[in-house]
Ligand binder design. Sequence first.
Ligand code: MG
Length: 268
Amino acid sequence: MKQVLFTDLDGTLLDLYDYSYDVALPTLEALKLRNIPVVFCTAKTFAENKYYRKELGIEDPFIVDNGGAIFIPDNYFSFGFECKKKDNYCVVELGASYAELRGALKEIREETGFKITGFGDMTAEEVAANANLSVDKAKLAKDKQYNESFIFDEQKEKETILFEKIREKGFNSTHGGRYYGIHGKNVDKGKAVKILTELFEKEYEEVKTIGVGDSKNDIPMLKAVEQPAIVKNKKGAWLDISLSNLYKAKGEGPEGWVEVVEKFIWIY
Ligand SMILES: [Mg+2]
């Protein structure tokens, strides 16, 4: 049986504040030794995923922009399937284009007067300061294709109106640990996980999927895997969700991540 790990990045494998992951390195090494696919399933962009894949030495497929697209390295699977070629990847595109998403946010801002600031409205320096990133990494974070992240500087009650407006315009929204996100209508992490799981099943027949996350935008992913797990957030609390079979790690962020992997994956 092939175990496949789907993992969120921010607040899960990476620390929400400083993006550190040192505590997870030995476990990542063990996963690599055992050939267990580590599939990033994140709101992060293609450019950011590329950075962390290199940094962590991960060569498995990955899901970007909250499920906006799946990138599969060429020849990763032994069979062919429908996709778009980009660099050395086969891309399954699911999301709306960045221009459409930016347009919808602009309209909502005009219609409601809400203070909405997208990554596209900020300079790399501003994103760097806001997200606690280096300017170089902020540039990677701004390089969005199927998702826009934004700050919603309004009272929490107005969130309902915001979400409704986004739906009206034919798009979908979510909230990660740090930012709000707008993306294509039928797009979420779960749909992308299901498509990728089918490909893994075609390759390995018997597959067991494990998913680990920390926030609301992870719920569709958690519902799409066999073994869902969540880690604690910076407040020391878990995401408010009831799912049968859900494992709640005692650790926060990457520490909880290690706990989940050690509990459900045969790495030693
Ligand atoms: Mg997260």
